[in-house]
Unconditional design. Structure first.
Length: 403
């Protein structure tokens, strides 16, 4: 089914629909705002919008935007480069005198590394030739001319900037890239409406492990996973890779949640779901080895206690509670004890050998007393049975003529 993209540049071409960006109207404040968010996506620091608002504004001191870019030097120190950006929205090509004035004005800045003149249209060949000649006698600052084609290319590679201003110009693949970037960089959750859009187009989208984790956690942030079971809508190897990446990134995810004051429950529920989904296609032994290697220092992946396998106020077919390391949320004190009554003379629907003195292994097992692989094998067997049962019910309930 879906797999991580092998060539990001080819996917970038599919993220943005340039024809849907109103370049002819990008003038003044609108062009500056577009370039501001593009520079932000490019990694600019200390980004300053000089005009300070809509309209003519005050004098901008020779630039509309100012930014710093930092890169490591050979000795490991971070060195900064100061950039000036001048935005020139036009109906036709930018006047040569405008570019010349910008270049000459920048000469007074000794620490300026780059001057960028940006337009929504283009520059004439004589203007480009003049800049090349000027650059020979003035090596600093370096001058860049960004025309409409340049903007199209860079915006296509940074759909998050397009999303802020021209969401209609993003393809479904572009929205997926925004969802991935938003989750891993800012812990943003994808909206249910957008999740449904992705689900409807899942056969045509390149959904890799990073995207799949973001989608699964977003589902649990909004409710349940049942409507869009991402964990079973991919190839076995893709599911295995997703769980491996998720468990390896648990410290990062929990750390970001704690620092941002974000509820960790969607992450916990999402990882638990990924474990179950992986058990559908990979042996319990292999899953156990992965968890032990990837999260040996994380006690949240496997937990015991009375609530670990309890059923909440949801029907079993809607949500099977697996792991709940948070315990009960703070609230009125109540009796947390559970009464477990088992009818010894009734057979087990799943097929476990039960009877007097040999109770249900799912509820009787404690992680502290059971080998991890053995415990996961039990969960795997129940998952297999419940999945087949759910599929049978769905098939039986389908309208005549439907699969």
């Amino acid at each position: 089914m879906s797999s991580p993209p092998s060539d990001p540049s080819k996917d970038a071409a599919r993220w943005v629909l340039p024809s849907a960006i109103p370049f002819e109207h990008l003038k003044g404040h609108d062009l500056e705002e577009c370039v501001y968010w593009l520079m932000d996506s490019l990694g600019a620091k200390d980004l300053e919008w000089r005009i300070g608002g809509i309209g003519a504004g005050t004098s901008d001191g020779g630039r509309d935007l100012e930014a710093w870019f930092f890169s490591p030097s050979p000795d490991g120190e971070m060195e900064g480069q100061r950039w000036w950006i001048e935005c020139k929205g036009r109906s036709g090509t930018v006047e040569a005198d405008t570019v010349k004035a910008a270049c000459n004005n920048a000469l007074a800045q000794d620490d300026l590394a780059y001057l960028v003149v940006v337009t929504n249209t283009g520059f004439s060949n004589p203007t480009r030739d003049w800049v090349k000649q000027w650059q020979k006698s003035h090596p600093h600052p370096r001058v860049k001319l960004w025309d409409k084609s340049s903007l199209e290319r860079m915006l296509a590679q940074h759909p998050n900037a397009v999303f802020r201003l021209f969401s209609q110009a993003l393809s479904t693949a572009g929205h997926l890239e925004v969802a991935r970037e938003g989750f891993w960089n800012r812990f943003d959750y994808t909206s249910p409406r957008t999740l449904q859009t992705f689900w409807d187009a899942r056969e045509d989208l390149a959904i890799g492990p990073l995207e799949r984790i973001a989608l699964v956690v977003s589902e649990f942030a909004h409710g349940r996973i049942g409507d869009r079971p991402w964990g079973v809508a991919c190839e076995p190897q893709a599911m295995f890779q997703t769980l491996g990446l998720a468990t390896a990134n648990l410290p990062y995810l929990f750390g970001r949640a704690l620092r941002g004051g974000i509820d960790q429950e969607p992450v916990i529920r999402g990882i638990a779901y990924l474990v179950l989904a992986t058990l559908r296609v990979i042996s319990a032994k292999d899953v156990a080895e992965m968890i032990e290697v990837c999260s040996a220092d994380c006690k949240r992946v496997i937990c015991g206690g009375g609530d670990a396998y309890a059923f909440d106020n949801e029907p079993i077919e809607a949500y099977w509670r697996r792991l709940d390391p948070q315990g009960r949320q703070a609230g009125p004190a109540k009796d947390d004890r559970q009464l477990w009554i088992e009818k010894n003379d009734a057979p087990c629907n799943v097929g476990f050998a039960v009877g007097p003195g040999n109770g249900c292994p799912l509820f009787a097992s404690e992680p502290s007393e059971t080998d991890l692989a053995e415990l996961l094998a039990i969960v795997e067997r129940v998952s297999d049975f419940r999945s087949a049962e759910a599929k049978a019910k769905a098939t039986a309930g389908a309208a005549p003529g439907q699969p």
